[in-house]
Design a protein around this ligand. Structure first.
Ligand SMILES: C[S@@+](CC[C@H](N)C(=O)[O-])C[C@H]1O[C@@H](n2cnc3c(N)ncnc32)[C@H](O)[C@@H]1O
Ligand code: SF4
Length: 457
């Protein structure tokens, strides 16, 4: 890595949000939030957008058979598959409670099964879940149904069952192929398993197969990243998430404490790992999409970036924007555009509220005028690496102060400030989170007392 990039990394590697939402979750205002406000915001959004563009559904399936010690997701570890059916029934009950709010059938544009491990569930139970939802809804033209599969336990029966209810995209967790790294993160997963799962998906008819890879893992070297990317290239997934390892042990308790902080690569090495991965991927035609995603030209994520339709929400980057996204299942987050809500994280609390016929929401945020403007700027920056305030709708009174903050980044070559635009340069793209932080008025007004976010690099 050049000395200049290295000094930029040192300068800008601070704790910062990943901006899957604005306001970010720690800045949600509980005082203006209530279940009633949340329902009102969703009903308004649904009326405005369902017929026009449809809605998105995210379903959180939290179970995994074994714990990976790096994992930042909300999951429950068990080998008891008796948990499957009650959970599916609860999610369908939650969906029923949402249906009662709407006076027309939802039109589903995107549906994503995340986790945890969706393929922990049997193909029969997954079919029950999806059919239970689809019988109450319509499916939009050009719908995108996708799921996260664990390469070690995704079977042909899983792939076929979900294919037959409309799924065409699967993403597999890979992380890293090196054995030392795999041992440290407690996830033994030979290349053959990923190869088998990838080829099986294609054989069944999936048109987009994705892999998740992580850099910055414990004991991971540049050579490990190179090997992992070379193996990945051999399978040529349509889409890749190339995540920076988010080390947030204070949130996830003991789960991530399977190794010491000193076993993690330095910020400089992390940035080198990222640069190497990016270069190796570019050689075979992968395009970088926003932050930490790559796609082949034939994948819908690339096409949507080209058309300016790329969107970012709690699922990460998605090819189209729907104004309303309903999250079902424990810890799932919903987004009505005018508000956010998050479900109870514990299964018992989630079941308890559903038994009382209450939506299992435990916190959220209703966006005010200022939030809506800032949210748009942050989305523009994260999805298109530029934003504009021409006309009045996206101007806000603190903008001059934000521009003063950005001036230093302009001097460092990370962005260009025009008369009413900001454009992030190629050099600035890895620092887009830092650029968004300058717009994050809530963060500016109150810096957190303790570290809430992972490091930006
Ligand atoms: C729910 S998992 C994918 C499905 C399945 N559970 C699996 O592990 O194969 C979602 C993905 O999030 C990513 N992830 C989880 N914890 C992370 C962390 N602390 N930092 C960066 N990425 C993380 C991993 O790449 C993982 O594949
Ligand atoms: S990485 Fe996947 S399988 Fe591992 S604990 Fe997290 S959700 Fe479960």
């Amino acid at each position: 890595m050049s000395g200049m990039l290295s000094s930029l990394v040192n300068k800008y590697n601070i704790a910062g949000p990943r901006y899957t939402s604005y306001p970010t979750v720690p800045y949600w205002n509980q005082n203006t939030f209530s279940l009633k406000n949340w329902k009102t915001s969703l009903i308004k959004s649904f009326k405005e957008s369902n017929a026009k563009e449809g809605i998105s559904l995210y379903i959180h399936l939290p179970y995994c058979e074994s714990l990976c010690t790096f994992c930042g997701c909300n999951k429950r570890i068990t080998k008891q598959h008796g948990v499957e059916r009650p959970y599916i029934d609860a999610v369908l009950k939650e969906w029923q409670l949402y249906l009662e709010l709407f006076d027309e059938k939802p039109i589903i544009k995107e549906l994503h099964l995340g986790g945890g491990t969706p393929t922990f569930f049997s193909p029969e139970n997954l079919t029950l879940l999806i059919k239970g939802i689809l019988k109450t809804a319509l499916v939009a033209d050009g719908h995108e149904f996708s799921f996260e599969g664990h390469p070690n336990n995704t079977t042909r029966a899983h792939l076929e069952a979900l294919y037959s209810v409309g799924f065409r995209r699967v993403s597999y967790g890979v992380q890293d192929y090196n054995e030392t790294v795999q041992k440290a993160i407690h996830r033994m997963q030979p290349f053959e398993n990923v190869k088998r799962a990838t080829e099986m998906a294609r054989d069944v008819g999936y048109t987009s197969v994705g892999h998740d890879i992580i850099f910055g893992l414990p004991f991971q070297t540049l050579e490990h990243v190179r090997e992992t990317i070379l193996k990945t290239k051999a399978l040529l997934p349509d889409r890749l998430a190339f995540y920076s390892y988010a080390h947030v042990p204070w949130i996830k308790g003991n789960g991530q404490r399977g190794f010491n902080d000193s076993d993690l690569p330095s910020a400089d090495l992390k940035r080198q790992q990222y640069e190497l991965g990016k270069q190796l991927l570019a050689e075979v035609g992968y395009h970088e999409i926003g932050m930490d995603h790559f796609a082949l030209q034939t994948d819908s994520l690339y096409k949507s970036m080209q058309n300016g339709d790329l969107h970012r929400n709690f699922m990460g980057y998605t090819p189209s924007k729907t104004q309303a996204m309903i999250g079902l299942g424990v810890s799932a987050i919903s987004d009505s555009w005018y508000g956010f809500s998050q479900n109870e994280k514990g299964i018992e609390a989630y079941y308890h509220l559903l038994n009382e016929n209450i939506l299992p929401v435990y916190r959220g945020h209703i966006l005010n005028e200022e939030d809506l403007v800032i949210r748009k700027h942050i989305l523009n920056l994260m999805c298109q690496f530029k934003t504009t305030w021409s006309g009045h709708s996206l101007y806000f009174k603190e903008l001059p102060e934000v521009l003063i903050k950005l001036k230093e980044m302009e001097n460092d070559g990370l962005l260009n400030i025009g008369s009413n635009t900001i454009e992030v340069t190629k050099k600035g793209q890895p620092f887009v989170r830092n650029i968004c932080m300058a717009f994050d008025l809530l963060l500016q007004r109150k810096q957190p007392d303790t570290q809430l976010f992972s490091m930006t690099v």
